[in-house]
Design a protein around this ligand. Sequence first.
Ligand code: NAD
Ligand code: WQD
Length: 338
Amino acid sequence: MTILVTGGAGYIGSHTIIELIVAGHNVVVVDNLCNSSKISLERVERITSTQIPFFQADIRDKKALSDILDMYSIDACIHFAGLKAVGESTAYPYEYYDNNIIGTLNLISVLRKHNIKNIIFSSSATVYGEPATIPITEECPKGKCTNPYGWTKWMIEQMLMDLHTADPTFNIVILRYFNPIGAHQSGLIGENPNGVPNNLMPYITQVAVGKREYLHIFGNNYDTPDGTGVRDYIHVVDLARGHVKALEAINRNCGVAIYNLGTGKGYSVLEIVKAFESVNGMKIPYVIDPRRPGDIATCYSDPQKAQRELGWKADNGIEEMCRDSWNWQRRNPNGYEQ
Ligand code: NAD
Ligand code: WQD
């Protein structure tokens, strides 16, 4: 199949393109590079020995999107493009709603005009809010999000489902990612946050590489075994492979389907620090800070639906995640900046 990949220069998109190419698909990438570098795609070309058609364009630009779709016969769209920083979304809600919601509406409008009705969407475990049950199944009701970023995912999911209700010839797969970490084993591509990392693993790797003095652990008084927050970390390469499986479902005319992509196992912040230290043979100094507003104690998935229906499960464990995160950071201390 030929897949339009929006946001393909980003962290998850770049890893997914590799798996798509390995599975024999063609890709066309659209990204405005607002949170990424074209170098990631050059590295993907190196890894796959494949030239990747890339267009630097904003998904809010209908004309640009339409011109691109006129040039290719696209079978499906994997829609990664979006802003994703939780804290920033609270400070800039307009920008988040504009980019993520208006961007997605524009994209859908252009896809429809080109009769492309197969869409895979990057959603997030954040739509569950404070989860009603743990582990979280897809039946768990969507909750109240604690920030505008989360609401954009919540609303886009609803938009896509309504679209399918009105026109059942749409095939929509909503993938709810848990906490992606790790990097491609080559160490050539990985997560490249701007400024101070918001997420745990990039913060740890920046401490490891000497860019930051110590890790701030946000709270050790949660109702968890060691008091620190528990999350379902998933290797980004496993996550990427989940998209290939979702495409197979689309080929079977799946209608609308929602899947958790997680491992089903929760690790606390302290367990992640210890695993990173032992796998990579180094110390990660840390201090305990107050809780971060909006954080919940525990969040991990029940990933059985994806296993049952997609034949997908995560293969990599926490050791591989810690090893590959560090391999990427140590080879690229400044990310894609040379
Ligand atoms: P990322 O920022 O690395 O990738 C997103 C890409 O989209 C970037 O390359 C950015 O330049 C591009 N982009 C943003 N707005 C755009 C626009 N208007 N037009 C064109 N391109 C645009 O983020 P990621 O971690 O790879 O996340 C990919 C998707 O997965 C996002 O939608 C994100 O919300 C979602 N997600 C991420 C996580 C996570 O923890 N990384 C978890 C759950 C869901
Ligand atoms: C993990 C744990 C923190 C940083 C976020 C988004 C979610 C999804 C994934 C996009 C928590 C603790 C973190 C630090 C810490 N993204 N922590 N010190 O909050 O589970 O999820 O990313 O959809 O929507 O909310 O991930 O990596 O920020 O935090 O102690 O410097 O690490 O408190 O317990 P989170 P995270």
